[in-house]
Design a protein around this ligand. Structure first.
Ligand SMILES: Nc1ncnc2c1ncn2[C@@H]1O[C@H](COP(=O)(O)OP(=O)(O)O)[C@@H](O)[C@H]1O
Ligand SMILES: [Mg+2]
Length: 211
């Protein structure tokens, strides 16, 4: 279960995320919606454990994301998978090694997992291709594989359909739901795309914080 309590954020002195409170059970896949600039990406980064909120608390299955004890990067990489808006695939590595890198970061020895995952995502013939030689849709599938290869409890995606046509947007959202099902993860997607909002059991509406 993901619990977000009284979370707000300001960059320097500019408030950008109003106080936000919600709880999501494991199967309550959720869309973070709101106009551009409403703080969707900011909240996603907070949920990812990579941005400490100015106030409030986030817990994942009872563990506080920003406790004073502090979780190391390996803990975060195991529990939370992220598909960022800009995919940030490493250009010098092929598809398979981009996914294996995520395993390396948590010290995983599940050697066949990356291969199986990419095969299941339809990339069997593209394992050794570098990102620049993959289509946008293929790159996104590599990024999804990278996000779920360590079987996270929480899967986050930032605007996964913003640059895709209707067909590919539909594919991407299907893949994310399927990925969440496969790993038993809770899926949280930040989106301003009206095409996909209705697909989510829960929607959290963000409004820009008053300054
Ligand atoms: N690192 C940052 N420093 C200062 N302001 C930022 C930073 N990141 C985002 N912002 C500002 O915070 C507001 C919310 O941004 P963001 O979370 O990206 O919203 P959304 O994803 O909903 O478009 C915007 O006004 C943006 O310009
Ligand atoms: Mg954003």
């Amino acid at each position: 279960m993901l619990v977000v309590r009284s979370v707000s954020h300001r960059y320097a002195s500019t408030p950008v995320l109003a106080v936000t409170d919600f709880e999501l059970a494991r199967d309550e896949h959720c869309a973070l919606v709101g106009a551009s600039g409403s703080g969707k990406t900011t909240l996603l980064h907070i949920l990812a454990g990579i941005l400490r909120p100015t106030s409030g608390e986030v817990t994942l299955d009872g563990e506080v994301l920003y406790s004073s004890i502090g979780h190391d990067d390996r803990w975060r990489a195991r529990q939370i998978g992220v598909v960022p808006q800009k995919l940030h695939l490493l250009t010098s590595l092929n598809a398979l090694d981009n996914v294996r890198l995520a395993q390396y970061l948590v010290g995983s020895s599940a050697h066949t997992e990356a291969l199986m995952l990419l095969t299941d995502l339809g990339l069997k013939e593209r394992l050794h291709a570098r990102p620049e030689n993959l289509s946008v849709g293929e790159q996104q599938r590599v990024a999804i594989a990278r996000a779920i290869v360590n079987k996270p409890r929480l899967l986050l995606a930032d605007e996964p359909t913003s640059s895709l046509d209707d067909h590919n947007a539909e594919q991407a959202i299907k893949l994310l739901f399927e990925a969440a099902r496969r790993t038993g993860a809770l899926l949280v997607v930040a989106t301003h795309d009206a095409r996909i909002r209705e697909r989510f059991a829960r929607q959290v509406n963000l409004t820009r914080a008053p300054s």
